[in-house]
Structures are given as C-alpha cells and as structure tokens.
Design a protein around this ligand. Structure first.
Ligand SMILES: *[C@@H]1O[C@H](CO)[C@@H](O)[C@H](O)[C@H]1NC(C)=O
Ligand SMILES: *[C@@H]1O[C@H](CO)[C@@H](O)[C@H](O)[C@H]1NC(C)=O
Ligand SMILES: *[C@@H]1O[C@H](CO)[C@@H](O)[C@H](O)[C@H]1NC(C)=O
Ligand SMILES: *[C@@H]1O[C@H](CO)[C@@H](O)[C@H](O)[C@H]1NC(C)=O
Ligand SMILES: *[C@@H]1O[C@H](CO)[C@@H](O)[C@H](O)[C@H]1NC(C)=O
Ligand SMILES: *[C@@H]1O[C@H](CO)[C@@H](O)[C@H](O)[C@H]1NC(C)=O
Ligand SMILES: *[C@@H]1O[C@H](CO)[C@@H](O)[C@H](O)[C@H]1NC(C)=O
Ligand SMILES: *[C@@H]1O[C@H](CO)[C@@H](O)[C@H](O)[C@H]1NC(C)=O
Ligand SMILES: *[C@@H]1O[C@H](CO)[C@@H](O)[C@H](O)[C@H]1NC(C)=O
Ligand SMILES: *[C@@H]1O[C@H](CO)[C@@H](O)[C@H](O)[C@H]1NC(C)=O
Ligand SMILES: *[C@@H]1O[C@H](CO)[C@@H](O)[C@H](O)[C@H]1NC(C)=O
Ligand SMILES: *[C@@H]1O[C@H](CO)[C@@H](O)[C@H](O)[C@H]1NC(C)=O
Length: 457
C-alpha cells in the first residue's frame, strides 16, 4: 500500500505544462505534425495542404467527428522524422496509428494531453528512449502497441493507472527489469506481448486471474520462477508463448484441458514434472512445443484425444514409457519430434494412419523392435530420423519416396544387402532426392556411404 502511494506521488509529480500557453487549432497542429515528418515515397502528406483542401477532415488518414479529429492513421507510408509535440492539440483524438514507418526519437510527453486516446499504435518504427511516464495519464487507453522499436528502460509502475488496457504489446524492444505485478491485476487485459526484451524476475503470479487473457507472448527474455498457476484455469487462453526463458517448476495444471487453447510453446526453459492430461481435452490445440526442458513421465493414451494437433514437439526432455498406439488418432499431425528422450518399446504401426506427416524424428531414444513399414505411409513424408535407438530387422521396404532418412546407430545388421540394391536400383535420382545422407547400419558402413554420397554429388 505504501509503495502504491509513493508510486502515485511520483506519477503526480509530472504536471502537464507542455504547451507554454500556446494554443493551436487542430489544422495548425496537423501541419506542425507534418513539418516534423519527412514524407515517404508516396508523398501522401503533400495532400495535407490547406490551400488545396481547406477542410483538414478530408485529409489523408484523418477521421473527424463533429468537425474534430478523432482518428489519425498514417501507418505504413515509409514516413521518417519525429513526432511533433503539437500532436497534443488534437484533444479529441481516440485512435493514433503511426505504425510501420521509420519514425524515430523519443516520444513527446505531451502525448499525455490526449485524454480521449483509446488506441495508440506506434509499432514497427525506430523510436528510442524510455517509455514516457506521462502515458499513465491517458486513462482511456485500451490498446497500446509499441512493438519493434528501440525503447529502453523498465515498464514504469505508474502504468498501473492504465486500468482499461485490453492489449499491451511491447515486443522486440530493449526493455529490462521485472514485469510489474500490476499487469496481473489488469481486469480487461486479453493480449499481452513482451517478447524479445530482457525482462527478468518472476512472471506476475496473478496473470490469468482476470479470466480474460487469451494471448500471451513472453518468449525470449530471461524470466525465472514458475509459470503462474491461474493460467491453467483461464478459459479464454488460446496462445501461450514463453519459450527461451529460465522458467522452472511444472506446467500449470489444467492447461491442456482449456478448450480454446490452440498454440503452446514453452520450449527452452527449465520446466520439470509431468505433462498432465485430465478428462477435459484441448480439442482445438494445434501445436505443442516443449523442447529442451526437464519434463518427465509418459505420453498417456489420452494424447490421442488432441484431435486438432499438427505439431507435437517434445524433444530434449526426460519423457519415458512406450509410444501409445493412440498417436495414430492424431489425423492432422504433420510434425512429430520426440527425439532425445527415454522412450522405449516399439514404434506403433498405427503411425501409418497419419497421412499428413511430413517430419518424423524419434532419434536418440531407446526404441526397439522392427520399424513398421507403415511409418512411411504418408505421401507428405519428407524427413525420417530414427537414428540412435535399438531398432532391428529388415528395412528392404524402404525405397525412396522420402527425401531424407537417418537410421544410423541402430541394430539393423544384415539389412544393408537388401537396402543398397534398392538405392542402386533407382540410381542417381534417389541419391539426389535424398537431401540427407542415408546413414545405415553401423557406423563404419555409414561412413562409407557418406563418401559415396559426396562422390555422386
Ligand atoms: C499547397 O498546394 C498549393 C497548390 O498546389 C501549392 O502551391 C503549395 O505550395 C502547397 N503548400 C504546401 C505547404 O505544400
Ligand atoms: C458537437 O460540438 C458542439 C459544439 O462543440 C457540441 O455542442 C455538440 O454537443 C457536439 N455534438 C456531438 C455529437 O458531440
Ligand atoms: C519503404 O522502406 C523500406 C525500408 O526502408 C524499403 O525497403 C522500401 O522499398 C520502401 N518502400 C518504398 C515504396 O519506397
Ligand atoms: C479505432 O481503433 C479501433 C481498434 O483498432 C477500431 O475498432 C475503431 O473503429 C477505430 N475508430 C476510429 C474512429 O477510427
Ligand atoms: C537502441 O538503443 C541503444 C541505446 O539505448 C543503442 O545503443 C542501439 O544502437 C539502438 N539500436 C538500434 C537498432 O537502433
Ligand atoms: C539483453 O541484454 C544483453 C546484455 O545486457 C544485451 O547484449 C542484449 O542485446 C539485450 N537483448 C535485448 C533483446 O535487449
Ligand atoms: C525456481 O527458480 C526460482 C527462481 O530462480 C528459485 O527460487 C526456485 O527455488 C526454483 N525452484 C525449483 C523447484 O528449483
Ligand atoms: C473461445 O473462443 C470462441 C471463439 O473465438 C469465443 O467465442 C469464446 O468466447 C471463447 N471462450 C472463452 C471461454 O473465452
Ligand atoms: C481420451 O482418450 C482415452 C484413451 O484413449 C479414452 O478412453 C477417453 O474416452 C478419451 N476422452 C475424451 C474426452 O475424449
Ligand atoms: C535403454 O534401455 C536399457 C535396457 O533396455 C537401459 O539399460 C537403458 O538405461 C535405457 N536407456 C535410456 C536412455 O533410457
Ligand atoms: C499403409 O499403406 C499400406 C499400403 O499403401 C496399406 O496397405 C496400409 O493399410 C496402410 N496402413 C495404414 C495403417 O494406413
Ligand atoms: C538424426 O538425429 C540424430 C540424433 O538426434 C542427429 O544427431 C542427426 O544429426 C539427425 N540426422 C540428420 C540427418 O539430421
């Protein structure tokens, strides 16, 4: 509470005296904005000309209501230059988009005079400097997008006054410090993007308690601690990206039961524990990326209930157990990467049901038994990596059709005699089609084969 009072005081110490008593009409303000900008190749702003068009409400990018400018959208025009402080005189402005230009410099703090502003999109420019504290006075702000700039410093605590925010995008800047707790308290927030910065510390633990968040991207920062538990109960959640951080502990319970969930990437963290799947199943889930964590446990048969799944990427963990036959129910699957885990047992022949499969990597596990020929059933199949397992038996059925195969480091002895003629049978065509070297059998022979492949190229 004390902290809150202190913060409020700091924020109040920034009184608004930007205009030095000047008073500009809206048209004069627009011309002031124009004069700080270098027009792009389309010369769009040359039509902002009171001789040619006396009514500025007809100018490019302007929408008026009751003769007053409520929207200014000059996005994607290759404009350069800076934002003039004169913008403060567009007092009824609700929407401001300068996105996708090459505007630069720090933002004028006079932006805070725009008390009606709801949408502020400055994404994809070259703005620099700290996030202006004065933004905290734009109390109507709903949508704030500063993605892809070079803003630096921390997220000011005073932004906690922006209680109406539904969208906050600060991706791809040069920001650091912790993600302030208040972000977990924003009741209307439905999309949060803070990726590609240097944010550290814990993720606000109340994130998801508002029951409205549907999009979260915190990827590629240096965040530590756990993923907030309330996210596992946040029913609108659709996309969750937290990859490339230092997050530990387990994945929130309930996450994979959320009906609106479509995409999850939590790869390259320090997550532990098992992936729990309960009665409710995220039937809309298209992609699960959990690469390079320390996750353990088995793949339960209920994995087959994720009927929309296209990408199942679990490589570089400590998963174990056998591969459930129910994988064959994932009819939309196009990529399965279970490599570098401790799966054992045989490869289920039901994998032949998967007609969309383009990429199969089951390498570096403890799989044994024969390779079921059905594994190449998908006409889409481009890459098959089964290397570094204990697979055995005959592979004469493997005759091209796949762009790249790696079956090295298995126990497929004796099959080479069958395998090589097949390759030779199709001659150079097959060799050229194979973009990877076809490794086979034991190491010695695969080295020979490698040489053969090099020679043919
Ligand atoms: C406005 O348009 C008139 C007529 O085309 C032109 O003479 C004048 O230079 C323009 N003014 C500006 C500021 O571009
Ligand atoms: C339009 O502006 C006039 C004068 O500023 C004001 O009296 C009127 O209420 C406004 N109308 C609307 C719909 O905002
Ligand atoms: C706009 O700017 C980009 C990057 O500076 C440039 O690649 C592009 O060609 C420009 N577009 C036009 C129409 O000049
Ligand atoms: C302001 O932006 C919002 C969201 O992009 C849009 O729905 C609305 O129509 C815009 N209003 C005006 C006046 O441009
Ligand atoms: C971003 O700003 C920093 C200073 O804060 C500067 O050193 C760096 O060169 C800038 N990067 C780009 C891409 O403008
Ligand atoms: C993060 O910080 C490191 C070291 O301070 C710096 O090299 C790196 O460019 C920063 N990354 C981003 C995305 O700001
Ligand atoms: C997770 O990381 C946090 C912060 O780095 C640490 O305090 C905590 O002990 C870690 N938890 C576990 C189970 O390792
Ligand atoms: C799930 O998504 C649908 C369609 O986008 C939406 O209508 C529905 O409100 C969402 N459900 C929840 C609980 O937010
Ligand atoms: C999920 O899969 C299991 C095992 O395959 C099955 O018994 C169960 O009925 C399925 N549940 C749902 C909700 O589809
Ligand atoms: C593979 O299985 C063998 C026994 O079949 C076991 O000794 C070994 O530890 C297993 N390796 C891994 C990585 O699970
Ligand atoms: C795989 O393909 C073969 C031959 O094309 C077919 O006989 C078999 O039924 C297929 N298996 C599955 C499981 O779809
Ligand atoms: C197949 O997987 C192994 C181990 O995971 C890896 O070392 C090898 O490079 C992969 N093969 C190809 C051709 O990418």
């Amino acid at each position: 509470m004390q902290l809150f009072i202190i913060i409020s005081l700091i924020c109040l110490l920034f009184p608004v005296h930007f205009n030095n008593g000047r008073k500009l009409s809206e048209q004069e303000a627009l011309l002031g904005i124009k004069s700080a900008i270098t027009d792009g190749p389309y010369n769009t702003l040359s039509y902002w000309n009171s001789t040619m068009q006396p009514d500025h409400c007809t100018w490019y990018g302007i929408i008026c209501s009751n003769s007053s400018v409520i929207s200014l959208d000059v996005s994607n025009l290759n404009l350069s230059g800076t934002v003039s402080p004169d913008i403060a005189f567009l007092t009824n402005l609700q929407n401001l988009s300068l996105a996708q230009n090459t505007l630069s410099g720090p933002l004028p703090s006079s932006l805070s005079s725009l008390k009606a502003l709801r949408v502020l999109d400055l994404s994809d420019n070259h703005f620099t400097g700290p996030l202006p504290l004065s933004f905290s006075e734009i109390l109507e702000l709903r949508h704030l997008d500063l993605t892809q700039n070079n803003f630096s410093g921390e997220i000011p605590e005073c932004f906690s006054q922006l209680r109406r925010l539904t969208t906050l995008f600060l991706n791809e800047n040069n920001l650091h410090g912790s993600i302030p707790e208040f972000i977990g308290d924003l009741q209307e927030l439905n999309a949060l993007g803070l990726s590609d910065n240097n944010f550290s510390g814990r993720v606000p633990q109340k994130l998801g308690t508002n029951g409205k968040l549907s999009y979260i991207d915190l990827s590629r920062n240096v965040l530590t601690g756990n993923i907030p538990e309330p996210l596992g109960r946040c029913r609108p959640l659709s996309q969750l990206y937290m990859q490339h951080n230092l997050l530990n502990e387990s994945i929130p319970k309930g996450l994979f039961g959320l009906l609106n969930l479509t995409d999850v990437d939590l790869g390259d963290n320090l997550l532990t524990g098992e992936v729990e799947i309960h009665d409710s199943v995220a039937v809309n889930l298209k992609s699960i990326f959990l690469s390079n964590n320390q996750l353990s446990g088995t793949l339960p048969p209920s994995i087959g209930n994720f009927s929309a799944l296209q990408f199942l990427v679990l490589d570089g963990n400590s998963f174990t157990g056998s591969l459930p036959r129910e994988i064959g129910n994932l009819h939309n699957l196009c990529t399965i990467d279970l490599s570098s885990n401790s799966f054992y047992g045989s490869i289920p022949r039901e994998s032949g049901n998967l007609q969309q499969l383009a990429y199969i990597d089951l390498s570096s596990n403890n799989l044994s038994g024969k390779i079921p020929p059905q594994i190449t059933n998908s006409t889409m199949l481009m890459r098959l990596n089964l290397s570094r397992n204990h697979l055995a038996g005959d592979i004469s059925w493997l005759t091209g059709g796949v762009d790249a195969v790696d079956i090295s480091y298995n126990m497929l002895q004796g099959a080479l005699s069958v395998f090589l003629p097949n390759l030779r049978g199709e001659g150079d065509n097959l060799l050229l089609k194979l973009s990877w070297v076809v490794y086979a059998l034991d190491r010695k022979l695969s080295d020979d084969y490698h040489l053969l492949f090099q020679a043919k190229r």
